[in-house]
Design a protein around this ligand. Sequence first.
Ligand SMILES: Nc1ncnc2c1ncn2[C@@H]1O[C@H](COP(=O)(O)OP(=O)(O)OP(=O)(O)O)[C@@H](O)[C@H]1O
Length: 475
Amino acid sequence: MDDFEDPRDGAGTSKDEPTDQPAPSSDSSASETTPSSTAPASDGESQSIEDMLLEFDQQDGLIRDRSLLDPNHIVEEDRIVGRDEQLQEVTKMLRVALGDNRPPNLFLYGPSGTGKSLITKAVCKNISNICETRDIQFGTIEVNCQDLDTLGVAVYELASRAAAEANVAVEVPKHGVATKEKWDELYRIVNENFDSAVFVLDELDMLVGRRDKQEPAFSRLLYQLSRAGANNDLAAHVSVVAISNDTKMMESVGSRALSSFTPEDVHFDDYDANQLQSILRRRQDAFFENVLDDDVIPLAAAFAAQTHGDARKAIDLMRVAGELAEREGDECVREEHVREAQDKVEKNRVLEVVRGISTQKKLCLYATAAVASETNDESARSTTGYRVYQFLTDAIDAEQYHQETYVNKMKEMTTYSLVDFERRSHGPSSGMFLEFQFGERPETILETLREDSRIDMVSTDEVTSVVKAQVRNET
Ligand SMILES: Nc1ncnc2c1ncn2[C@@H]1O[C@H](COP(=O)(O)OP(=O)(O)OP(=O)(O)O)[C@@H](O)[C@H]1O
């Protein structure tokens, strides 16, 4: 049995959801025209739906350009702040595509929300613009590997992205053909349509593939792609940009792949609160003039810096704070909106993830968060987390995964930016472990997971004493 889904997951609205919407009125006599569709207005009078809708027309609104607060929107180059070094490095390495040369392969690594995708997209977009004026067919073939579970699926996805970039059709079916045929189709599309192409493989470490294969699927993908040029399967100049949160990902790449992939590394650090402030200031024209109180940007930056300096989170906080202020009919965004937004963003993100995951993943996450909540730096070792997981599964009489599966389930949580991890070792003579670092407060995660009645069956005091004993054993 693998991850069976909790039928209650995703059902209903959490009690944590803020009640932004006006409550339906029980007073049907309040409005003569629309007696059944009224809600209390701020002065105690009921307001019809139509009135509320029309009120929106009259509101000035606070947000001028929502796209600037959308983390998936690619911003113009002059809005990129504090990444000059990485921008230069990536540009200088990829710019050889402008001539008749193959750019080197790159490995971009660092925590989530630190601009890896943004920099890659910005550079590729600029190369593409210049190539257009020189009649060079340049393609950026980008996939996010987090939802791709096997090598075959990944190759098909690359073929369809290449086809979309070139505005042609994929000529092999998605299912029922060997991976070799998908590779051939990918090569055909690239060879027929591009002089030069960059494959951007985002979240590459998530492409693990089938467990029965010795080498992870990302390693096989890197091997094939980087060999294809040398074998003349690919006539176009092709380079691979591998992107990962896992700084040690390259250690899991097999030696065969490593000898042909040999990337240039580009490291992306966490942002500090000052850098996050600059990023937010460069986007403050997302709001109308003079609607942001002075302390809004510093506070949003400080909250985002508290986790690991994730620009996505900082931008999200500004958006939610602005939307809350708008909904409350305020004339400006204030500190309290940011605090409310922080609470909402944190809880919502955890809820969003936790609602959709299986009971087994919840147990893995609960055990790990319980350990993190008892350590000074809010991190948890996989070895300790696994022992607490064993205690939990025993306590509720659930199936118990092997440690490797527990680790894999936890690694999958990086997809949602709930945790990051690094490989560490106890010392030269002992084994490796992963150290998980939470993107949100572990207590919020524990609180949310306790909404699952099976987890709530286990006494918190018992869990705490098991965790404390295990954490003591670490040292
Ligand atoms: N230096 C920066 N200047 C301006 N905006 C930034 C900067 N870095 C990141 N952002 C913004 O933050 C958001 C997240 O950035 P991006 O997707 O590039 O992060 P990432 O490192 O690729 O994260 P992940 O590993 O989670 O995919 C985007 O909206 C991006 O525009």
